[in-house]
Design a protein around this ligand. Structure first.
Ligand code: LLP
Length: 452
């Protein structure tokens, strides 16, 4: 793949490049950095930092482009938002109102999607290990479908369905053994990955599924990875699915639906954003003539560019012996884990118009957590930032807040949703005391029974 996950490849985009590629962001001479129509300093003034900001108008715009691309290709494709990318109820509400269903991977995500008003009939349950409780939850709510990832899971689901007196509509998730050309930690369609059913076993398992009580085999699913930039791996995977549909139909079984997965990439740095039109074309060319219902389950492409993380420079730490200084932010790897997990590159832009035009310098941008991996940018060329300067870390709407933790007893950051010119708090900053709210200290620790 290109250089999303590497730290040193090529010249970084300048502030001007970053802004030019993000129409929802603009730099104003007085208001500074504006997202949709809201000056981000106003949010930081009111709530402090770190604070996540999601853009409702941006989300709607991206959904419209994706669904429009499918329609223009003559395809009727249901879009199930991958809830793992951003599970905030407000985000799910905005997308649900546009017509999105949900792709969930846990009972928790299933409940969140339903709490946001997404009807069970528009929810698909994926994932490599669903517990009996999660299966029963899905069956009781009669969700659209459960994507089964193994022969073992199929048997467990059949037993759960019989016990609940329900029929599970299922798709078999195929592992097509295709290299999506993405980061090793987020590629899922290779034979060695834990995901899906080996291609050569799928037709037999589908036939077996048709004989199992409580199971209705409805179709096939495939998802080969995330942050995919090229269409060729999609084409390859879909061609393999199409072939399998023909094999299964030749055995007098029906295939009603194909779940084409997610994975469409965005441009964090130099990558070309995955074009929905190209994806639509790949689906049309490989799967368009099979007469099945079609679905996709994107997460990152819809939500990633619709989110930012606001942060403040705590201090500048001098670099000695010609080393770049460290810019220490008040956001850390516990807030945004992607750079420390995948060496992911996220653009960083000052909020203040004065900072934006300051002379540039080479810096390391880090968080305060006690790990060297708590680094947002290595050798970045940024305008000179002062103590107290604020920045926006870009493209954090997907796999941002959802992957946060409270490591180092750092409370969860506040969250805001911008919608055009208005903004609302969608989650207050977590209170410090709530960090230990659930801790239980047994009395016996301080008053040991029969203690001396
Ligand atoms: N469907 C399935 C079955 C998936 O496993 C995933 C993502 C998606 C859909 C959505 O993929 P997307 O359209 O968002 O690429 N935390 C990593 C990404 C992990 C993706 C896991 N599966 C990151 O921050 O890059």
């Amino acid at each position: 793949m290109a250089d999303t996950f590497s730290t040193h490849a090529g010249q970084d985009p300048t502030l001007r490049d970053l802004l030019a590629a993000r129409p929802a962001l603009s730099m104003h001479a007085i208001d500074g950095l504006v997202f949709e129509d809201v000056p981000l300093n106003a949010i930081a003034d009111a709530l402090g930092t770190p604070t996540w900001v999601m853009g409702a108008r941006t989300l709607r715009g991206r959904y419209a482009r994706l669904s429009g691309a499918m329609r223009d290709a003559g395809l009727d494709v249901a879009i199930h938002f991958a809830v793992k990318a951003n599970d905030h109820l407000a985000v799910l509400k905005v997308l649900g109102a546009q017509g999105a269903g949900a792709d969930v991977v846990s009972g928790g995500e299933l409940c969140r999607a339903m709490a946001a008003g997404i009807p069970a009939r528009d929810i698909v349950f994926s994932g490599v290990g669903k517990t009996r409780t999660e299966m029963e939850l899905a069956l009781r709510h009669d969700i659209a479908r459960i994507n089964v990832e193994s022969a073992e899971e199929l048997e467990l689901l059949s037993a759960a369905a019989v016990a609940c007196g329900r029929t599970a509509r299922i798709a078999l998730r195929i592992n097509p053994d295709v290299d999506a050309g993405t980061h090793a930690k987020i590629t899922t369609g290779l034979a060695g990955n834990k995901f899906g059913i080996p291609y050569d076993r799928a037709a037999d398992l589908y036939a077996h599924a048709a004989t199992l009580p409580g199971i209705h085999p409805a179709g096939l699913a495939v998802h080969i990875g995330s942050q995919i930039e090229r269409m060729q791996p999609y084409r390859q995977a879909y061609a393999r699915v199409a072939e399998l549909v023909r094999v299964i139909r030749a055995r007098d079984l029906t295939v009603e639906v194909i779940d084409c997965g997610g994975g469409l990439g965005i441009s964090y740095r130099h990558e070309t954003e995955g074009a929905p039109e190209a994806l639509a074309n790949a689906i049309r060319l490989e799967l368009g003539d099979l007469g099945t219902r079609l679905e996709i389950e994107p997460g990152r492409w819809l939500a990633g560019p619709a989110g930012l993380l606001l942060s403040t420079v705590i201090l500048r730490k001098r670099g000695y012996d010609g080393m770049p200084p460290f810019i220490v932010l008040d956001a850390a790897m516990n807030d945004l884990a992607r750079p420390s997990l995948y060496d992911a590159w996220h653009g960083i832009i000052p909020l203040s118009p004065r900072d934006a035009v300051a002379p540039t310098e080479q810096v390391h941008v880090v968080g305060p957590v006690c790990e060297s991996g708590d680094t947002f940018g290595h050798d970045r060329t940024l305008p000179h930032l002062r103590d107290g300067s604020r920045v926006a870390i870009l493209d954090t709407g997907a796999y941002g807040m959802v992957m946060s933790s409270t490591y180092n007893a750092r409370p969860m950051a506040a969250q805001v949703m911008v919608d055009g010119s208005r903004w609302d708090v969608i989650r207050a900053r977590q209170k410090i005391e709530s960090l230990w709210e659930g801790d239980i200290v047994p009395d016996t620790l301080t008053h040991p029974a029969g203690g001396k």
